[in-house]
Structures are given as C-alpha cells and as structure tokens.
Design a protein around this ligand. Structure first.
Ligand SMILES: NC(=O)c1ccc[n+]([C@@H]2O[C@H](COP(=O)([O-])OP(=O)(O)OC[C@H]3O[C@@H](n4cnc5c(N)ncnc54)[C@H](OP(=O)(O)O)[C@@H]3O)[C@@H](O)[C@H]2O)c1
Length: 289
C-alpha cells in the first residue's frame, strides 16, 4: 500500500513524469524533502530505483515514493498509468508534466509526430484522466514544463504535420511546436479551471545540462553551449516555484526565472489554444475512459 486515505489527506501527493532523470529527478527529490509524497511516472523502473531508494531512505518511509510505468509515446500506456494512480484511491494535489524529448524523430504508437505525441498529447491525456481527482484537492496545481524553444514555432501549428513523421533535419522545429503546444495547453487549462480550485502553470526551466540533448545533432551543441548551461538543480527552480510558491490566481501563465513572463504572440493566441484543446480531445477520445 503506497499511502492510506488518511495520510493522503494530511500529506499532499505529487505525480511527476520523467522523474528518473534531469529536472524531473531534482523536482521529485526537492518535493519529497518538503514532505510531499511523490509518484514517479517513468518508462523504466530500473532507472528510477536509485531515486526511489534515496527518497525512501531520506524520509525513512517506504510510503513516501512510488513508481508507476508511463510511456508517453503510447496513449494506452498513459491511460494505464492514470488508471493505476486512480486505483490507489488517494488524493492528487500536484501533477507535474515534466517529461520531454528533443531531437528524436518518428511516430508515436498512435501515429503522431514524436515530439508532439510525447511532449504534448501524452501529457494532455494524462491531465484529462486525472483532472477530476485533482479537483478534489484544495489548491491543486498542474505544472507543465514547456520551453523557450516554443519561439521556434514561428508559424504556429501545422495540423497535418502533427500526424506525419518528423520532417526537419534536427527535429528542432517539431520540438518547438510541441513546446508551443505545452504553453497553449496550460493557458487553456487555466482558463477552463477558473473557479475549480485547480491552477495551471507552464515553465521554461532555462538551458540545462541534462540528457535531453542526447538526440540533438552534434553540430547544434556549440550553439546551445554559447552560454553556460544551468545545472539540473537550477533548472528545477521555476517548476518548484510554480508548485510551491506561485499565487493560485496567476493561473494559465508562463514562467521563466521563477516569475511570470510573456511567451511568443502565437503562444498567447486564445483561439489557437481552444482549437488545440478540441483537437487533442478528439485525438485522445478513444483512451479517455
Ligand atoms: N534541458 C533543457 O535545457 C531544457 C530546456 C527547456 C525545456 N526543457 C524541458 O524540461 C523537461 C525535462 O527535460 P530534462 O532537461 O530534464 O531532460 P532529461 O534529463 O532527458 O529528462 C527527460 C525525461 O523525459 C523522459 N521521457 C522521454 N521520453 C519519454 C516517454 N516516451 N515517456 C515517458 N517519459 C519520457 C525521460 O525518460 P528516459 O530516461 O526513459 O528517456 C526523462 O525522464 C522536458 O520537458 C524538456 O523539454 C529542458
């Protein structure tokens, strides 16, 4: 048993995607230090085990951290992850949509462009399935890790391209589109949740030295490293700010350097956000029950 109902009421629970590495790993560890119980939703138990052990040892409790399998590139896996969480019958206070890929190419199990499918659509479905549970917690939050790379999506969303394999050489354009989708999703989520007690935040963590860049072509790396990269600890700062400190009233906004910032003009397009929401509802409909 991960946690009893009674404990769940006293100690908030956070579900963090991609918690086995980089920014997600630091986020989970820091939340656990604050007494928050963490559900680590990742692709591999083996790569998550060291963090599970560390948190359980640190808190002296086997109930302080739990692993759930999640492959965001397959909506059936996303549904199974949400169902496993719901079956625990415990409250959910914080959902942290952190996992992401950059530079990888291909199609997800349901035929979506890889970055869009993993970074946006998988998280869209996860949030959709966990929303009612979030609404049952006071002051619940959904924090979605986006990126300043949304600026690469200069012409917005090409709807046809979202259901084709990755076309660009570096996959940077597709990554930018997926991160634009993260911001639009969070803005629309915030708008729809006004009055429910759940607030939504999207985050740019900075340019951080993590394994995110492992698929990016070598010639791209010097551009990234023109300025010193942040550590994962520094990169987790804005996510942690949105989980723990940002006002509930600032819902739907975009954060960088632990404060509200303006994303691109396209990322503020409410019509586009609404349209993306409707499309994403349709694309995930078969997995939403
Ligand atoms: N690093 C930066 O400079 C930077 C800048 C802006 C935004 N971001 C965003 O920050 C977030 C965290 O990235 P990071 O820098 O911490 O990179 P990271 O160390 O590579 O972590 C990415 C995480 O996402 C997981 N992931 C990848 N594909 C997945 C899938 N199909 N299903 C489930 N999980 C999957 C990875 O799991 P595996 O270990 O199994 O691959 C890993 O846990 C991402 O959303 C990224 O876009 C990062």
């Amino acid at each position: 048993m991960f946690i009893s109902d009674e404990l769940g009421k006293q100690q908030p629970i956070a579900l963090i995607t991609g918690a086995n590495a980089g920014i997600g790993q630091v986020t989970a560890l820091e939340l656990a230090k604050k007494g928050i119980r963490v559900v680590l939703a990742t692709r591999s138990e083996q790569s998550t085990q060291p963090l599970l052990d560390r948190i359980r040892q640190m808190t002296q409790s086997s109930e302080s951290a739990l692993w759930l399998p999640l492959d965001l590139a397959d909506l059936a896996s996303v549904r199974a992850c949400a169902q496993s969480f719901l079956a625990l019958n415990v409250p959910l206070r914080y959902l942290i949509n952190n996992a992401g890929v950059a530079g990888a190419k291909g199609l997800t199990a349901q035929g979506f462009e890889w970055a869009f499918g993993v970074n946006h659509l998988g998280h869209f479905l996860l949030t959709r399935l966990l929303l009612e549970r979030l609404k049952q917690s006071p002051e619940a939050r959904v924090v979605t890790v986006a990126s300043r790379a949304h600026l690469l999506a200069l012409s917005g969303m090409n709807w046809d391209a979202l259901q084709r394999t990755t076309q660009s050489l570096t996959a940077a354009k597709e990554y930018g589109v997926s991160k634009l989708a993260n911001i639009l999703f969070s803005a629309e989520l915030g708008r729809q949740l006004v009055g429910t007690g759940v607030s939504a935040y999207s985050v740019h963590p900075g340019v951080v030295a993590t394994s995110l860049w492992r698929h990016v072509p070598k010639f791209f790396l010097p551009i990234l490293k023109m300025r010193p990269m942040l550590t994962a600890e520094q990169g987790a700062r804005t996510t942690l700010h949105c989980v723990l400190d940002a006002p509930q009233t600032e819902t739907g906004l975009y954060y960088a350097d632990a404060r509200v910032q303006s994303p691109s003009k396209i990322a503020q397009d409410l019509e586009l956000a609404r349209h993306l929401w409707e499309q994403s509802m349709q694309w995930t409909a078969a997995y939403a029950h």
